[in-house]
Ligand binder design. Structure first.
Ligand code: URA
Length: 286
């Protein structure tokens, strides 16, 4: 009983520290004594038999089988620039969203893919005229392979519902398709390597209105250093395709700071107004 409690505490400690996934299918006891191949035992001093046991009488020790040799992954000899060029060429060559996903799944230039469970590419309706772009998958998204599958997504669903939208009337993607381990902040290099794919995803989806959720999404896709509190709430043009884009706070910020919901509510009312003007949403009669 006491052991169970201790184990729970250890697991909780790992979870709190962000270690919430296993990188291998079987656990390894890294503290165990090294396993050795059984050798014919030398006769202990003082014995008079004068010979070791015949090979067929040697009892193999429990650990007689050598552990499979660890094969390190082949070193990545390509430079960052070479990986980036590959990402750009692959993304540009995609003529459909299906092709883009296939190319992305085969692209090995970004190290985040190695620790992720799934490539998290899209959710919602590809034909939708509104597209929302988020940041990076977290645990639930990584496990389910779908953007906004977790708590942030549940809150986002409620916000969408409040203005008459849902996942069948919007399309969703992320600037990063792979979860950074333990939800750490992605590096600039990782974001740069994934950027050609989200740019192409937007081009191929051809939305009429875009919403960028969160600081890193807005900064990265709008090529600005301004923070989200400065960017939010004002329509601007997404220069790659001249699409009106509304940056706003990410729902995960609202889970931490519920007081900011009023800002996001204002932004989504703004989105609703633009959607009505474009005939995407019907005018609500008073
Ligand atoms: N946060 C994001 O930005 N995207 C997701 O898919 C999940 C959480």
């Amino acid at each position: 009983m006491q052991h169970t409690e201790t184990l729970k505490e250890v697991l909780q400690f790992y979870a709190d520290a962000g270690v919430d996934m296993a990188l291998d299918e079987t656990p390894h006891n890294r503290l165990a004594a090294p396993k050795e191949i059984a050798e014919p035992a030398a006769a202990p001093a003082g014995r008079t038999h004068g010979h070791s046991a015949p090979a067929d009488q040697i009892q193999p020790s429990v650990a007689a089988k050598p552990a499979p040799a660890f094969t390190p992954p082949a070193p990545d000899t390509k430079t960052h620039d070479a990986h980036l060029e590959e990402a750009r060429q692959l993304a540009a060559s995609a003529t459909s969203l299906d092709e883009l996903i296939a190319l992305l799944k085969n692209y090995d230039g970004c190290g985040l893919k190695r620790t992720a469970t799934n490539t998290v590419f899209e959710d919602g309706n590809r034909e939708a005229r509104i597209m929302l772009v988020g940041e990076a998958p977290e645990r639930d998204e990584d496990l389910q392979g779908m953007p906004f599958a977790g708590r942030s997504g549940q809150l986002l669903d409620k916000i969408l519902q409040a203005i008459g939208l849902d996942r069948s009337s919007v399309y969703m993607g992320n600037i990063l398709p792979w979860r950074p381990p333990g939800n750490r902040t992605p590096t600039n290099a990782e974001m740069e390597l994934c950027k050609p794919f989200i740019i192409r995803q937007i081009e191929l989806a051809k939305p009429e209105l875009l919403v960028f959720l969160g600081t890193s999404c807005a900064k990265n896709l709008l090529d600005t250093t301004d923070g989200i509190l400065k960017l939010r709430g004002k329509w601007r043009s997404y220069s790659k395709a001249e699409i009106p884009v509304l940056p706003t706070l990410h729902p995960k910020n609202l889970l931490r700071q519920p007081a900011q919901k009023r800002l996001v509510w204002r932004d989504f009312l703004n989105l609703r107004k633009a959607a009505i003007e474009k005939g995407i949403l019907p005018t609500i009669s008073e």
